[in-house]
Design a protein around this ligand. Structure first.
Ligand SMILES: [Zn+2]
Length: 207
């Protein structure tokens, strides 16, 4: 079944972004030509005036949960969906991948925030799945279009493997990969192999 995509654009932070794919927003939110999304709490709204009102009231300046990693302007937060039933992936499928959203607040997404000049962290990307019965270390990976081509996707992928290493498990992303997911993982593994080849002295073969 082809689902009709009504939401053409989302407005998030300073950006207006074209929506690429269908996303199952509830009720008539999914029938709006444009949704307004708070870049801090990811609340989505139908009208600009509610959005403006919300910006004045929203207390959030960083994602919820525990900051588990920070280096220069990148922070990673561990968020448990049980504690924070907030909009996680609503903006995801619209602008990033083809996969439908994990039901809000089901399992724990890990989020990346780009630290802003004022100390706040805005959302630039996120991955999901904290506990996976299938051994997936990533269920959904997203870099918002304005932040693409800056290495955040590669960072998220590398981070997911680092988490698996810490847990001494073998992890891989949930399959099937979306088209963009496939591109990102191919690019990531090419990069890993090239790094190995660059530093290796001697003979080696890659199977
Ligand atoms: Zn907000």
């Amino acid at each position: 079944i082809t689902k009709v995509k009504y939401v053409d654009k989302i407005h998030i932070g300073h950006f207006e972004i074209d929506a690429w794919y269908f996303s199952p927003f509830p009720e008539d939110y999914g029938k709006q030509p444009k949704l307004w999304i708070c870049e801090y709490c990811l609340k989505y709204m139908k009208f600009q005036h509610t959005y403006r009102l919300h910006l004045g009231q929203c207390q959030w300046r960083q994602p919820p949960g525990r900051e588990i990693y920070r280096k220069s302007n990148i922070s990673v937060y561990e968020v448990d969906g049980k504690d924070h039933k907030v909009g996680t992936c609503g903006a995801g499928p619209t602008s990033g991948g083809q996969r439908g959203p994990t039901a809000m607040g089901q399992t724990g997404p890990t989020r990346v925030g780009q630290r802003g000049p004022k100390g706040g962290a805005r959302r630039s990307g996120e991955t999901q799945e904290k506990e996976s019965p299938d051994g997936n270390n990533v269920a959904c990976i997203l870099t918002l279009p304005p932040y693409q081509r800056r290495g955040y996707g590669k960072f998220l992928i590398a981070f997911s493997y680092e988490l698996s290493k810490l847990e001494s498990t073998v992890g891989s992303p949930e399959k099937p990969l979306s088209d963009l997911g496939k591109l990102s993982y191919r690019s990531y593994w090419s990069w890993v192999l090239l790094e190995i080849l660059r530093d290796f002295r001697g003979t080696l073969s890659i199977k």
